[in-house]
Write a protein that binds this ligand. Sequence first.
Ligand code: HEM
Ligand SMILES: *[C@@H]1O[C@H](CO)[C@@H](O)[C@H](O)[C@H]1NC(C)=O
Ligand SMILES: *[C@@H]1O[C@H](CO)[C@@H](O)[C@H](O)[C@H]1NC(C)=O
Ligand SMILES: *[C@@H]1O[C@H](CO)[C@@H](O)[C@H](O)[C@H]1NC(C)=O
Ligand SMILES: *[C@@H]1O[C@H](CO)[C@@H](O)[C@H](O)[C@H]1NC(C)=O
Length: 329
Amino acid sequence: MAANKVVVLMAFMAAALSSVSNAAGLQYSFYNSSCPKAEDTVRNVVQGMIRSDPTIGAAFVRLFFHDCFVRGCDASILLDPTANKPETEKTTIPLRGYEAVNKIKDAVEAVCPGVVSCADILAFAARDSTCTLGGFTFHMPSGRLDGFQSIADEVFQGIPSPAFQLQELLDSFAAKGLNAEDLVVLSGAHSFGLTHCNFVTPRLYPTVDPTMNATFATELKKVCPPPRNGGGFISVSNNRVTDPNKLSNQFYKNVASGQVLFTSDQTLMDETPTTGNKTAAMVADNAANPIAWIVRFAGAMVKMGGIEVLTGTGPGEVRKACNVTNNAS
Ligand code: HEM
Ligand SMILES: *[C@@H]1O[C@H](CO)[C@@H](O)[C@H](O)[C@H]1NC(C)=O
Ligand SMILES: *[C@@H]1O[C@H](CO)[C@@H](O)[C@H](O)[C@H]1NC(C)=O
Ligand SMILES: *[C@@H]1O[C@H](CO)[C@@H](O)[C@H](O)[C@H]1NC(C)=O
Ligand SMILES: *[C@@H]1O[C@H](CO)[C@@H](O)[C@H](O)[C@H]1NC(C)=O
């Protein structure tokens, strides 16, 4: 079965991918002569990390999304605050996996110092997590440079809120050149990984959101009590119906049965004046066609990976460590 998936994927993807990569200025196998072991090294380290912590893959995928949606896929999400800049993107929303990315970078630096950008390492790590936990494979173009800036305020302009309604999500994705299908397809990433109860409790208390499945809500309330005494920091799996460490089209079945955590997930079933029931129809189609979703997800990850990238002669650099620019400003 796994082999079939790969074959199907390659057949469908070839044409679509080359145009995406040209448009973004990225290339397949960008490191094939400068660091032929780059992608193998990232994959080996990521697979080892997933073996010891199966939840880490979702963290890399979410880091990639947050990187790309705030001043492009330039590794700005990875920069630590410094004395000169006490606030960066990463000080605004708590994400997992930063230390793990630094470790992948160290492994790549040990093979080819100063060659492979952190933006590409994050893209490869997200791809490899997708493949390892999703059971399929695809090519991720590369050649991104790392940026010099990370601005905390830009996070709130770029990253959509889990309380968003459909039109707000569509606008948020459109601002990054992504369409309704990309929104629906990429939301499938919420078939794995972790959430904190504080993003969920607004839909549970004081009354249960009527769009949430009542049986599901009753169970969820046991995990996420009313938000007090720090209960908002309790972790809950994005996918409470099947394996929470498997990336799959289960998300769409959960949307259709009201068993997703966020308003921004459930609202894909809504209609807007411009899209009608298009996104609801896409949810149904992705729920019914796992292979089609895989192909679409791979394509959308590549498309997201091309957002506002820095390439060629820059501006941009290849960082020595992912959490700090080379002149440490
Ligand atoms: C459509 C708009 C989106 C909204 C509003 C949204 C919101 C969220 C929120 C609130 C969380 C929980 C964070 C926490 O409690 O720590 C989360 C988790 C996650 N999101 Fe999204 N997200 C969106 C789109 C995406 C996209 C496009 C991807 C990637 C393709 C993605 C991948 C993930 C993953 C993998 C997790 C689990 C992270 C972990 O395990 O640490 N999300 N998302
Ligand atoms: C290797 O890289 C060169 C230059 O970037 C490119 O022309 C060539 O097609 C690449 N080869 C493969 C197998 O990807
Ligand atoms: C960058 O991360 C390393 C650990 O990977 C840490 O020792 C160092 O202090 C960090 N740099 C900054 C500027 O926070
Ligand atoms: C609600 O969830 C239960 C499982 O928890 C499922 O059996 C039921 O079909 C769902 N209801 C709807 C309306 O989808
Ligand atoms: C969307 O609307 C069309 C025509 O009005 C209808 O045939 C179809 O079943 C609807 N799909 C969903 C998922 O609601």
